[in-house]
Ligand binder design. Structure first.
Ligand code: U2P
Length: 209
């Protein structure tokens, strides 16, 4: 029986769902390159945050509780969903109410906090990182290695080591900057599974619109 239990545990995915709220090791602050998301998905959905003049660069995708390996999701024991006012407070940096709700249910539910405290902390984490001006002001599409995006974050944030940030790509584009933070929001090394550096030499970074 013990052997069977050990085998089942070993086979369980690192991202198994339904874990206990509040039980995790660190956070990933996930920042999405909004113009890229718009090109891949948002324009087709006619998302408001993709309209001309939206002036969005890196936006808050979410604050994700992580294990040293893997991450919890859709946790049980979390409180009520955020109310309308709490959701409205976050759309300036997250874009849509739908994303706020989804991030609460999938990730915030694992934080051990109520929705108000979780989104306060999410905003604090977002504001603790200086977004590189050269990217936030990008006025034409560029192709670049993801390492250049990482360089820009490291230069703008002197306390940020290279092993605390990873840049991901999707569909040939820069997708996200993921920054690993301790529970008190200090940058810390990412877990091995969270290091997903994009190796493309020429990832597209569409201009801010
Ligand atoms: O990478 C695809 C999606 O998987 C979820 N993810 C990824 C890495 C990680 O460390 N933690 C994590 O949760 C994200 O899911 P979402 O919040 O978008 O539903 C990520 O977008």
């Amino acid at each position: 029986m013990r052997l069977l239990a050990a085998l089942i545990l070993a086979a369980a995915p690192a991202w198994a769902e339904g874990e206990r709220a509040g039980d995790f090791d660190y956070y990933i602050l996930s920042l999405s390159w909004s113009p890229g998301w718009c090109e891949r998905e948002g324009d087709e959905r006619q998302a408001l945050e993709c309209r001309a003049g939206a002036d969005r660069g890196f936006t808050l995708h979410g604050l994700w509780p992580q294990y040293d390996f893997g991450w919890p999701s859709w946790c049980y024991g979390a409180g009520r969903d955020p109310d309308r006012a709490e959701i409205a407070l976050m759309t300036d940096i997250m874009g849509s109410a739908g994303l706020v709700r989804h991030e609460w249910r999938k990730h915030g539910s694992c934080s051990g906090m109520d929705a108000g405290a979780y989104f306060d902390l999410s905003r604090r984490a977002y504001e603790s990182i200086v977004l590189p001006e050269v990217l936030e002001d990008l006025d034409r599409d560029v192709k670049l290695p993801a390492s250049v995006v990482e360089d820009a974050f490291v230069e703008a944030n002197p306390g940020l080591a290279r092993n605390a940030i990873t840049i991901t790509c999707k569909g040939g584009m820069i997708e996200e900057a993921r920054i690993c933070l301790s529970r008190d929001l200090t940058p810390r090394p990412c877990g091995l599974d969270a290091q997903r550096d994009c190796r493309m030499p020429d990832a597209l970074m569409p201009a801010v619109r």
